[in-house]
Design a protein around this ligand. Sequence first.
Ligand code: GAP
Length: 440
Amino acid sequence: MSDAPHQDPDLLDKVTNLAKRRGFIFQSADIYGGFRSTYDYGPLGANMLRNVKAAWWQVMVQQRMDVVGIDAAILGPPAVWAASGHLATFTDPLVDCRKCKERWREDKINGVCPNCGSKEFTEARAFNLMFKTQAGPVEGEGATAYLRPETAQGMFTNFANVLATSRKKPPFGIAQVGKSFRNEITPGNFVFRTREFEQMEMEFFVPPAEAEQWYRYWIDLRYNWYVNLGIDQEFLRLHEHAKADLSHYSLGTTDVEFLYPWGWDELEGIANRGDYDLTQHSNASGVRLEYFDQTENERYTPYVIEPAAGATRAMMAFLLSAYHEDEVEGETRVVLRLDWRLAPYQVAVLPLSKKPELEGVSQKVLEALAPYFACDYDVTQSIGKRYRRQDEIGTPFCITVDFDTLEDGAVTVRDRDTTEQTRVKIEDLLNDLRQRTGQK
Ligand code: GAP
């Protein structure tokens, strides 16, 4: 057993099991045997995923005067995906194993079937990853529509709308958080690669001459976002793609990689997309997607720097890096050392017993804290077991209301990481927690 994440070969299993057992992430359609590669986020997971997205939005939109947010439609007409290049090129090479008939992504299997070991495959064919559907009430007669495979195109197709309504000028960004869908050939590794997932993307429009400088700026900022939210730098690195490996739209791409239990792999990609997208949509729609710089009396198509992150994938990385096993009072405990901003619950209020006097005070404590912190309330089992339960889901602070509370009006605040316990007056509690979380 090790205190360091990633050195435990069973880490993925442990985190997957914890996620299910404690209500972070369930297999979708579980009662029907599960629907492969889709997941539902339970009470704790829904809280945590919201926190991941909120932490992103805060840094990428709320605290910046040069970025605005949008929320675009998931369904889109073929014209968008023809112009973006997705209809023609958003494909993976699909092969069938001739022996066991399993389907694989050719570039992921090194010529050997992971299922049966055979080296005999069909010729690779290009498989488009977009989900196609019909919009309209009559089956077979509706208009073809696609579920978006990335949120990015919503920012390009709304470029002119946003420019006209927001009074922004380059350099400025349009950000969006939402679901994307890809018919991945080989989904897997829990929520790392799924067919339905959430993205957090921002398209930053800049004068072409400033593209390289902004590209470096966003690589740095995005790397540090993960560090700031608690991922140890030992488990993060930057990987710049070789020119030959770049996507059809990219002039340069750097991935923030995380050390998953199976090795280094992508967490987020930052790309210099040049003027590819605005030019494509301009040509296809006939609407000029340019910026007119009045001071320079110059019209130009901005270049785009795109930090593209996965919310669900980031949540998985935060869970993996937070998972620790340590020893407290001679016993092994599982603890999620999540940053308080990401933890599903930030505070747990625990009356020592079910006595009505203690529950009454505990309710008052809850009422005082719940507007400011996500709170849990638990009265069952011994206090030691309740601390362990909260440690396991990453709750940074437990507040215990005991019989002394009735006398001295104080409660015990227990810190998840140090297990240190401090007595705090109820009237000072909110300030105390604000201080502990760096809000004061
Ligand atoms: N707009 C550019 C774009 O979508 P991408 O590298 O394909 O770029 C960006 O996706 C991020 O979205 C990835 O770094 C990853 O975090 C997340 N992502 C992509 N496909 C995913 C999948 N099938 N399941 C979960 N997350 C995924």
